[in-house]
Design a protein around this ligand. Structure first.
Ligand code: ASP
Ligand code: MG
Length: 405
């Protein structure tokens, strides 16, 4: 008998009919003799709706109250799913994050799981029940409810799988798996049957929305195989794991993009120790998460500093950086909100020269200007005009022969 953790995303439990469909799928897993722990997201757009409601009563919802409010979305879906399973004659019980023993730090709206006390879940499993855990939430030492950040139910599921020693964590969603590129942009994109944790982490961090990056990190840390598959059919999905990859023919595994990029450039910055800290400390304090940072080589002790942020944070970033730039004697501070990034990812690129050059050549053949470049050992990212991102993705997908045969 295997222990399996399954997670169902918000669109898969969006209404009563879909909840019944999920109950049927869980029942099938149970019928095969498995113990099953299920994690659910809130129904459909519930989380967005709750955030809107909070903003209708106040411009600035209190962090603690907002987290309790958002956690209710997952309570609704988990209780309904437990009822649907019981209606089919299966023993099932819903548990809130707190009841499931999920302990977090106190960072509201992006809390990290510190530990899981699995006693209650284990007890219910032993009693022969399917345990349905409300995703995306936990509890602090002071017994305050926290949430893990948008998309955090994936992280709940992988964390539970790790703590319970589950055989696999299966994430069921409205797509069939991970593709070589977004199939809405590139109809020739291929579903990957398997992918390594590192590659998946880069893809998820640079635009592929099918899994919360923190869930991939946890999976790697505890070596939990994670399956991403559809909740609507039995198509095999994509397995994320740490073993040797059998079916990798291509060194570039995927092309990904993100349209949520804005750039700030501080021009004419005096080049002396402490300047970068002076600029970036207040940004961090303001809760602005800075992505790519580039500093030019200085000429006569004057340099330019560029960084990117999410578009929604640009105004705030300019408000923070503007006065500091003036106070340190920088010449000016400019921004561009119409950017996007496109990345190629693959562990096979490591130690193999020529991938960057081929990527840049491909973009230049499309007449696309590269504004910033960043790399990791297994990723190359170019920041370009947002209007050209789709063309870039299509051209790169073709150039790196990801269409399959
Ligand atoms: N319901 C939360 C959200 O929409 C968490 C999740 O779906 O994983 O972000
Ligand atoms: Mg959701």
């Amino acid at each position: 008998m295997a222990l399996i953790v399954q997670k169902y995303g918000g669109s898969s439990v969006a209404d009563a009919g879909k909840i019944k469909n999920v109950a049927r799928r869980i029942a099938q897993t149970r019928d095969k003799g498995n113990q099953v722990v299920v994690v659910v997201s809130a129904m459909g757009d519930t989380t967005d709706d709750l955030i809107k409601m909070a903003h209708q009563v106040t411009g600035r919802p209190a962090d603690r109250e907002l987290d309790v409010l958002l956690s209710t979305g997952e309570l609704v879906s988990s209780t309904l799913l437990a009822m649907a399973l019981r209606d089919k004659g299966y023993e099932a019980i819903s548990l809130s994050g707190a009841q499931a023993g999920i302990k977090t730090d106190t960072t509201y709206s992006s809390a990290r799981i510190r530990d899981i006390d699995p006693a209650r879940v284990v007890k219910e499993l032993k009693a022969g029940r399917v345990v349905i855990v409300a995703g995306f939430q936990g509890i602090t030492e002071e017994m305050d409810v926290t949430t893990l950040g948008r998309g955090g139910s994936d992280t709940t599921a992988v964390a539970l799988a790790a703590r319970l020693g589950a055989e696999i964590c299966q994430l069921y969603t409205d797509v069939e798996g991970v593709y070589t590129a977004d199939p809405r942009l590139v109809p020739e994109a291929q579903k990957l049957t398997e992918i390594g944790y590192e590659e998946m982490l880069e893809l998820a961090s640079y635009g592929v929305k099918v899994i919360h990056p923190r869930a991939v990190e946890l999976g790697e840390l505890f070596n939990i195989p994670i399956l991403i598959a559809s909740s609507y059919n039995d198509s095999p999905g994509t397995l994320i794991h740490g073993g040797a990859l059998m079916e990798v023919r291509n060194k570039v595994r995927g092309v990904t993009y993100d349209l949520d990029v804005a750039k700030v450039t501080v021009i004419g910055v005096p080049d002396r120790p402490g300047i970068a800290a002076t600029l970036f400390e207040p940004l961090a304090k303001g809760g602005i998460s800075v992505d790519t940072i580039v500093q030019n080589a200085s000429i006569e002790n004057i340099t330019d500093l560029t960084f990117t942020v999410a578009k929604s944070q640009l105004t705030k970033a300019m408000e923070v950086v503007g006065p500091i730039a003036r106070s340190i004697g920088a010449r000016e501070c400019v921004s561009d909100a119409k950017l996007g990034k496109v990345s190629i990812v693959g562990t096979g690129m490591q130690n193999t020269p020529g991938y960057a050059a081929r990527m840049f050549r491909t973009l230049s053949e499309q007449g696309i200007n590269i504004q910033l470049i960043t790399t990791s050992e297994i990723r190359i990212t170019c920041i370009i005009d947002e209007a050209r991102v789709k063309d870039a993705v299509r051209a790169l997908h073709k150039m790196f022969e990801l269409e399959g045969k």
